[in-house]
Design a protein around this ligand. Structure first.
Ligand code: SF4
Length: 502
């Protein structure tokens, strides 16, 4: 229900062999991915052996025509990377947010690197120790700093890019989808051995410009053709001849984030060959097949825009029930405004959407939504529906019940924050005030995505983490949670405390 769950980042990078200015591509590639991170944004271009950087807070801005030449001047070059970020690691005061904005750079003794990254590092404590030995004044602002410095350390040992990246893949635990530029302007991208976060590769129709983008919408907006999804454990470099793909680590187990399908990714993005909206429609059809009795007892379907819309269409198609467009978004109320007001969670939903009473009064409604995290936004919406005279409320939730935190770049940090970690679905239904909650089954979810159990990360819904330290931390956190210890809010603090205690 539009609970403001945050993801770590969105990445875009491109190179033009026509020697055209890369900035416009970076700008649009990031602007359409602002849903992946809206606390800060950054651009980095490479020209004449120099990195040129612009970093700022908030959304990627609208550019005034009069300022465009100035932007071109500030960010020259035909290769560049960019990032939109929401912080799931590092500090959150304004100064730290700016410092932690990506892309980041690292340099020593003539070697230099820049990276833009999406994900979250789990073994931060161990990596910081190693980096501090080489860089005594190393200041950790975000996980991208760890990736960039670790890669530089490996290159300084005289390794080529492939072996340096291979060592990073073996020694860094977590999710990392990275685009980077070396000192001599070489453009590359790689993914962790589990392939947890998305990163797609594409090219212009004339095959003179190549790009990497967290989501395919970043390629579409630039008129590029999608070529392939960078694979888990793969390094991709780019030259005039095209992409060069090297599989450096070959894990049988993959772990692409299942939550991307339900919530984060834009519906018009593609992972492999399917659009996200097609998968979400299938989620809706599944929920109907899995809950025939509820469907029989309902009059209409509602969705709360926008992540519930595609599932609502699927519910409508499979059940034949009317899909009422009973809620309208206040178009110019921005996410930013919502965040500023989120201390009063119960009333912010009124500021975001308007529900049309005549469409729901006296009805038994199925409400489709992507997920329930804390439950407070759901509760507020259900309360509004009841006030409008809705007779019965059933929730169809496309993502199975979230029972554990995420260590791979989604801001669901503690067990205490998750209503599903301590309550059954019957109890949750009571707490949020609905007649029943129908979560999609894990099997149904997987089938709709065309991914199998050993290709997806399902950790937050099964408690089984794909990487070993994350599993240890989760088990330890759960033990403490069950004993009633107070949980600390930010993930990086918890992880460090547990990692230090190892
Ligand atoms: S734990 Fe959940 S949110 Fe995190 S990567 Fe895995 S599936 Fe995605």
């Amino acid at each position: 229900m539009g609970e403001q769950i945050k993801i770590a980042c969105g990445v875009f990078g491109a190179i033009s062999f026509q020697k055209q200015s890369i900035f416009p591509l970076l700008y649009w590639g990031l602007r359409v991915q602002n849903h992946r991170g809206h606390q800060s944004h950054g651009f980095l271009t490479y020209n004449n052996e120099k990195f040129h950087i612009h970093r700022s807070l908030d959304l990627v801005p609208k550019l005034k025509t009069s300022a465009i030449q100035e932007w071109f001047g500030r960010l020259p070059g035909h290769v560049g990377i960019g990032n939109v970020r929401y912080t799931t690691s590092g500090k959150t005061d304004e100064e730290s947010l700016i410092k932690g904005t990506q892309p980041v750079t690292a340099s020593k003794n003539g070697l230099k690197l820049a990276v833009s990254f999406n994900g979250n590092v789990v073994n931060t404590f161990q990596l910081k120790k190693e980096i501090n030995k080489e860089f005594p004044s190393f200041s950790y602002e975000c996980d991208a700093d760890l990736i960039c410095h670790k890669l530089l350390i490996e290159l300084r040992k005289g390794k080529d890019l492939s072996s340096a990246v291979e060592t990073c893949m073996q020694e860094i635990e977590g999710a990392f989808s990275v685009a980077g530029i070396t000192k001599d302007g070489r453009f590359f991208a790689f993914k962790d051995p589990y392939g947890i976060r998305p990163l797609s590769a594409g090219r212009s129709k004339d095959h003179l410009t190549y790009a990497f983008s967290s989501e395919t919408v970043g390629l579409d907006v630039n008129g590029f053709e999608r070529d392939f999804e960078v694979e888990a454990g793969e390094l991709v470099t780019v030259s005039k001849e095209g992409f060069r793909r090297e599989k450096l680590v070959n894990n049988r187990r993959k772990a692409f984030c299942a939550f991307e399908f339900a919530y984060f990714a834009r519906p018009d993005s593609r992972f492999d060959d399917k659009y996200v909206y097609e998968i979400r429609e299938e989620f809706g059809r599944n929920l109907v097949r899995e809950n025939p009795d509820v469907v029989k007892d309902a009059d209409v379907i509602l969705s709360l825009p926008e992540t519930g819309d595609d599932a609502a269409l699927g519910v409508h198609e499979e059940s034949g029930l009317r899909w009422e467009r009973a809620s309208r978004r206040h178009r110019y109320v921005t996410e930013r405004a919502f965040i500023l007001l989120n201390r009063e969670r119960y009333s912010t939903i009124d500021k975001k959407i308007n529900i049309l009473a005549p469409k729901v009064k006296g009805k038994r409604v199925i409400v489709t939504d992507d997920s329930i995290v804390r439950g407070d936004t759901t509760k507020a919406i259900v309360k509004r529906l009841r006030e409008m005279g809705v007779k019965k409320v059933y929730l169809f939730i496309t993502f199975p019940c979230i029972i554990g935190p995420c260590f791979y770049g989604i801001d669901m940090a503690t067990y205490g924050q998750l209503i599903g970690s301590k309550h059954s679905s019957e109890e949750i239904a009571k707490i949020v005030g609905v007649d029943a909650i129908c979560y999609q089954s894990i099997e149904g979810f997987m089938k709709a995505t065309d991914f199998s159990r050993n290709q997806l990360c399902l950790a937050c819904i099964t408690g089984k983490y794909p990487t070993p330290l994350a599993q240890k931390i989760a088990d330890e956190m759960k033990k403490r949670f069950l004993k009633g210890y107070e949980e600390r809010g930010r993930l990086y603090e918890i992880v460090e405390a547990v990692e230090k205690a190892q």
